[in-house]
Design a protein around this ligand. Structure first.
Ligand SMILES: [Fe+2]
Length: 133
């Protein structure tokens, strides 16, 4: 049984999937159940992985336009063998935005929304799934 927006990984081939519609079945890849990626925010290494949400400066019309999400209070490495694969923002109205990153990119992204942002997630290719506090 799955739940909306859960992330599962195949530990054999490396496939990673996100649940867009929950179902009763077990997700199978390479002949075995995929592993549910738990959202971490208090584990070892939190300073380099927990997303930090900052308001973007207001525009001239003083409307809040969005947020900057940075990965880690200490910037996460973005090396070929260790990097943040994506950053996701979750707004109060249920909208989700995602930015995919590659080695060499800065581990941050701006997201534009006039709705309140209620959380953010990020995925490290080595240390897994992290969620903002
Ligand atoms: Fe990491």
């Amino acid at each position: 049984m799955t739940a909306l927006n859960q992330i599962y990984k195949c530990n054999i081939c490396g496939n990673i999937v996100e649940v867009l519609h929950a179902g009763q079945g077990t997700l199978i890849c390479c002949g075995q159940p995929m592993e549910l990626q738990q959202e971490k925010n208090k584990d070892e290494g939190l300073e380099k992985h927990v997303p930090i949400i900052e308001d973007l400066p207001s525009t001239s019309c003083e409307v809040k336009d969005g947020v900057k999400i940075k990965i880690g209070s200490v910037e996460h490495p973005m090396e070929d063998n260790h990097y943040i694969e994506w950053i996701e923002v979750i707004a109060q109205d249920g909208k989700i935005g995602k930015k995919f990153l590659k080695p060499g990119d800065k581990p941050e992204s701006d997201f534009y929304t006039r709705k309140q942002v209620v959380g953010a997630r990020a995925y490290c290719n080595i240390h897994g799934l992290w969620k903002s506090n």
